[in-house]
Design a protein around this ligand. Structure first.
Ligand code: 5GP
Ligand code: MN
Length: 331
C-alpha cells in the first residue's frame, strides 16, 4: 500500500512545530496505547524544547495505560480558551476528539494533524499522514528525530507502548521492518519490556475476565463461519462490573477463529449508541465497511458508532459485512 497524500513533508511539519510557543494536544475518544503514548511522547518532547503544552482526552483513561509517564497531565474537559495551535494525534477526523471543539474552535486555530489512518480527511492546516506507519508512535519517533530531541526513558515507554499496542506486539499485517527498528532504538534506553508487556497484555482485572466470559458465550458465527459476531449489551457490562474500555482486544477472539474473515464486536454504550469494532483477516477492507456508517480506520481494523438500538445496529453491520464478503476480493 502506498502513502496517502502527504500535504506536508516531515521536515516542513517539524519546522512549523518548532515555531510554536504553546500547543494543546488532543487524542481520540476511546483512547488506546497508540493515541495516548504518541500524545504524551510528543508533549514531553515539546516541553523539553521549552514550549507550553496542555493535553486533552475526553474519555475515561483505561487503567492499564495509567503507567504511561505524564498521563496525570491529561485533562478530560477542554477549556474554551485554547491556544492558537492545536495538535491532533492519531485522529482520522477532527470530531474523533470532540464535536463541540470542532464546531467552535477549529476555524480560528492552526491545526496540526499527525496520523496513520487511511481514512484521514486531511482536516488540518498542516497534515502529516503516513498510512504505512503501523502506529502514530512511529511517526512521532521520526518527528522527534527531525526535531533533534534525545529519546528519554519517559518518551521511550510512551512510544514503545504505542507501537506494541497498534502492531499487536509486532504480529499484525501493519508491522514493518521500521516498526522493529524504531522499537530497537527505544529498547536501547533501558525500558522494562517485561513490565510494560505485563501491564498491557497479561495482567487482567476480574471484571475483565468476566467480560471475556460474557463475550465468548455471546459469540456467534454466520455465513458458513466467515463472519464472527460478539455483542455486549449494557446489562453485560453492568453484570460484570466492567468499564466499556475493558473490552479492548475482545474482537480478536472472534477474528482468531479459523475460516473467519470478518469479525465484529458491538458494544452498547447507551440506548441507541452502539460502538462497533471491525476486523478482517486476509482480504476484506473493513475501513470501507466502517465508512458506510460514518466511521473509518485501517483496512484490517476499523470502527464506527451507530445510533440505533443494539439489535438493529447488529443487523445493519452484519448485512454490510455479508454484502462486502459477497462482492469478493476484487471490490
Ligand atoms: P477499535 O475497534 O480498536 O476501536 O478501532 C480500530 C481502528 O479504527 C482504530 O485505528 C481506530 O482509531 C479506528 N476507529 C474506531 N472507531 C472509529 C470511528 O468511529 N471513526 C473513525 N474514523 N475511526 C474509528
Ligand atoms: Mn493508531
Amino acid at each position: 500500500m502506498g502513502s496517502k497524500t502527504r500535504a506536508n513533508t516531515l521536515k516542513q511539519f517539524a519546522l512549523n512545530i518548532r515555531e510554536v510557543p504553546e500547543a494543546a494536544l488532543f487524542s481520540h475518544v476511546s483512547p488506546d496505547g497508540d493515541c495516548l503514548g504518541s500524545m504524551l511522547a510528543l508533549g514531553i518532547a515539546l516541553e523539553s524544547m521549552g514550549k507550553k503544552v496542555s493535553y486533552y482526552n475526553t474519555s475515561p483513561l483505561p487503567d492499564n495505560l495509567k503507567f504511561l509517564p505524564g498521563i496525570e497531565r491529561i485533562s478530560r474537559s477542554i477549556p474554551e480558551d485554547l491556544p492558537a495551535n492545536l495538535i491532533f494525534i492519531d485522529c482520522a477526523e477532527a470530531d474523533r476528539v470532540d464535536s463541540h471543539l470542532v464546531n467552535n474552535c477549529l476555524p480560528t486555530r492552526t491545526i496540526f494533524n499527525i496520523d496513520h489512518h487511511i481514512s484521514n480527511t486531511l482536516y488540518g492546516t498542516y497534515n502529516y499522514v503516513d498510512v504505512t506507519a503501523a502506529a502514530t508512535g512511529e511517526i512521532i519517533y521520526s518527528l522527534l528525530r527531525e526535531l533533534k530531541i534525545s529519546i528519554t526513558k519517559e518518551i521511550a515507554i510512551n512510544l514503545y507502548t504505542a507501537i506494541i499496542t497498534d502492531t499487536g506486539r509486532f504480529s499484525y499485517s501493519n508491522t514493518t521492518a521500521k516498526s522493529f527498528k524504531i522499537a530497537a532504538e527505544l529498547v536501547k534506553t533501558g525500558i522494562d519490556l517485561v513490565a510494560i508487556n505485563n501491564i498491557l497484555f497479561e495482567r487482567k482485572s476480574l471484571a475483565q475476565i468476566r467480560l471475556l466470559h460474557k463475550a465468548l458465550s455471546n459469540l456467534v458465527l454466520l455465513k458458513d463461519g466467515s463472519i464472527a459476531v460478539i455483542v455486549l449489551s449494557k446489562e453485560d457490562f453492568a453484570e460484570t462490573s466492567a468499564e466499556e474500555n475493558l473490552s479492548e482486544g475482545l474482537v480478536n477472539y472472534a477474528r482468531n477463529i479459523e475460516d473467519v474473515e470478518a469479525a465484529v464486536l458491538l458494544k452498547e454504550l447507551d440506548n441507541d449508541e452502539i460502538k462497533v469494532s471491525l476486523r478482517s483477516n486476509s482480504w476484506l477492507d473493513v475501513n470501507k465497511v466502517a465508512s458506510k456508517f460514518g466511521g473509518g480506520g485501517h483496512i484490517r481494523a476499523a470502527g464506527c458508532t451507530i445510533n440505533l438500538p443494539l439489535s438493529e445496529a447488529t443487523q445493519s453491520v452484519v448485512l454490510a459485512l455479508e454484502e462486502a464478503l459477497k462482492h469478493g476480493r476484487n471490490n
